[in-house]
Design a protein around this ligand. Structure first.
Ligand code: MN
Length: 226
């Protein structure tokens, strides 16, 4: 099976990626290759994507609000315009070849922006928001989400408890995306792109939740069909 390409963050001139992502992929038999930002033509990026079994857009800093036409507001965190551009180009190439795609946290938010959606720059601005930046370790469930297809099918339940390690969230869902999980405050916590073979975004971090292995298994099943 072809490997899953995993995006990462940069600290200075170093690439950084939490190993939990790679362990989660390895646990379902998937190999990973890490894809830091690179200066490549669209053709080279298309060829790179075509050689993968899937694309995992990992968590990280905030997408830049200029991407959806907003100026930076108080509450915006760190941004990385070079990573934004790289991941959006990879995503475009991955969608074009119907590559299985999973976006986690920032990765989900970036998919939403790609599809024309917008984000809360800081959920402190959202009326009556839950506390989404949990004060417990990441392997601890924090808030419940109600699930719709395909997440209810994949996870075999209509409601699960997830971790919550984010201060931004989907404000307007992008065109062509379908909400698949909601927090109690109405925030969209997961979506799918039904026109794609497999394109899912989750706001939580399944790489820290052993009970979410079925989500990784679904990615492996989709990658096996490549
Ligand atoms: Mn949350």
């Amino acid at each position: 099976m072809r490997p899953i390409g995993v995006t990462c963050s940069l600290r200075g001139d170093d690439c950084c990626l939490r190993m939990a992502y790679l362990r989660a992929l390895n646990n379902v038999g998937l190999a990973a290759v890490v894809l830091p930002p690179q200066s490549l033509s669209a053709g080279k990026i298309a060829a790179l994507a075509d050689g993968l079994g899937g694309l995992l857009l990992a968590g990280g800093v905030d997408p830049h609000p200029l991407l959806w036409g907003e100026e930076p507001c108080p509450g915006l965190g760190a941004v990385d315009a070079a990573r934004d551009a790289w991941e959006l180009a990879l995503l475009k190439a991955a969608l074009a070849c119907n590559l299985p795609i999973l976006g986690i946290c920032r990765g989900m938010q970036l998919i939403n922006v790609y599809f024309g959606g917008t984000l809360w720059q800081d959920l402190a601005d959202k009326p009556a928001a839950l506390l989404h930046n949990q004060t417990a370790p990441p392997d601890v469930g924090w808030h419940s989400v109600t699930l719709a297809a395909p997440f209810s099918d994949i996870l075999g339940n209509s409601s699960v408890v997830v971790n919550s390690l984010h201060h931004q969230g989907v404000r307007v869902l992008g065109a062509g995306l379908k909400a698949g999980a909601y927090a109690a405050d109405g925030l969209i916590e997961a979506f799918s792109a039904p026109k794609q073979a497999f394109c899912l975004g989750v706001q939580w971090h399944p790489e820290h939740l052993p009970e979410q292995q079925a989500l990784w298994q679904a990615l492996a099943t989709a990658a096996a069909k490549r």
